[in-house]
Design a protein around this ligand. Structure first.
Ligand SMILES: *Cc1c(COP(=O)(O)O)cnc(C)c1O
Length: 357
């Protein structure tokens, strides 16, 4: 075991690698983890020395506040390897800024930028053999923070743990999805935590999503919580609609998460002369567009799947189908464009690629 000290980071290497046991042709999303993890504790009002250590279970008191009050936030990002073996992240500053925005909303301390980037780079470098080259392959990187103080009174924790774990993933294609437009349940509300990547937001989605799945749909399109007349997000993704040749997506708000993929897709559309409107969009507008044949596409955007096409939606017990545009769809073209940038195969006009050295 070798211990390396850098300015801040303490690295304890795993004695052996689990890499040889991994079957890369059969990876379930997020179920396999690399050899190391990043850990940094917040105690007595300060972030302590950050560490990288072998990935593994950790012990915690059952009274840790995270288990009772859900004081927890997370991020999702990916690292890619090109054919030369160089490794890149995609817009990691966005994820860093967003986790601190989420922390602020959950009354958690913000994490220092130097610790984040030093830890992230060292961890990915240490485990870079886990990243397969090839379009669609990547390392899913999951930073998260939890309240660790062992006191069950309902108040923000004094102690926290910030961690990063990594999971190798293969091209993520589950086929097109059918969605139900929400008319009863809500994902988020004005003044709430919908714009934050709070762990509890996901827990709250599971039950309504399960009901949709029992009806033969895979996901829900969330609408505004007060009137259920505006379209907001699709499952855990931002959502875009194409009417004629114009793309439309809702503006971000308290209720809508500011997705990195969303803002990248908006920029790529603009760069390529695709008409794009960022404005509130009513359920009735897409029902009318479907009825008059101008609704061409609906797709979700997010780090895991990049772009996920929607083949049908249900609204008030009626199902509206979308035509399959194949590789001519905006969804397919925008996805290819994104993948080319991420995998260092295409021009990176806006400096979104972040080399990990
Ligand atoms: C994470 C997330 C997204 C997608 O964000 P990306 O930065 O594109 O991965 C969209 N909606 C919700 C609710 C999310 O939690």
């Amino acid at each position: 075991m070798s211990d390396i000290y850098t300015s801040n980071l303490h690295v304890e290497k795993a004695e052996s690698s689990k890499l040889k046991d991994v079957n890369f042709s059969d990876l379930a999303f997020g179920a396999t983890f690399t050899d190391h993890m990043f850990v940094c504790d917040y105690i007595d009002g300060e972030w302590q020395q950050p560490k990288i250590m072998p990935y593994g279970p950790m012990s915690m008191e059952p009274s840790a506040r995270v288990f009772h009050y859900g004081q927890a936030v997370f991020e999702g990002m990916k690292a890619y390897k090109d054919d030369n073996g160089d490794v890149f992240l995609f817009r990691p500053e966005e994820n860093f800024n967003r986790i601190n925005k989420s922390c602020a909303r959950l009354a958690m301390p913000e994490f220092p930028k130097e610790y984040f980037f030093e830890g992230l780079k060292a961890l990915i470098n240490l485990d870079k053999d886990w990243i397969q080259p090839g379009v669609g392959n990547s390392l899913y990187v999951r930073p998260f923070a939890i309240a660790t103080e062992p006191i069950i009174s309902a108040a923000p924790s004094e102690n926290y743990r910030f961690m990063i774990i990594c999971s190798p993933v293969s091209p993520y294609y589950k086929g097109k999805v059918k969605v139900v437009i929400a008319e009863h349940f809500s994902r988020s509300a004005d003044g709430g935590v919908g714009y934050a990547k709070a762990a509890g937001n996901y827990a709250a989605q599971f039950y309504p999503t399960k009901l949709a799945q029992e009806k033969g749909f895979q996901q829900i399109i969330w609408t505004d919580s007060s009137t259920h007349t505006y379209l907001e997000e699709a499952g855990t993704m931002n959502v875009f609609f194409r009417i004629n040749d114009t793309l439309i997506t809702a503006p971000t708000s308290d209720r809508i998460l500011d997705g990195v993929t969303r803002k990248s897709v908006i920029q790529i559309a603009k760069d390529n002369g695709v008409a794009i409107e960022v404005r509130p969009i009513k359920v009735q507008e897409i029902v009318d567009a479907s009825n008059n044949g101008t609704l061409r596409e609906i797709f979700g955007t997010g780090t895991a799947a990049v772009i996920s096409e929607i083949s049908a939606f249900e609204y008030r017990d009626k199902v509206y189908e979308l035509e399959d545009l194949g590789l001519d769809s905006y969804a397919a073209k925008l996805k290819q464009h994104m993948l080319n940038i991420q995998h260092n195969l295409g021009e990176d006009k806006h400096n979104w690629r972040y080399p990990v050295k």
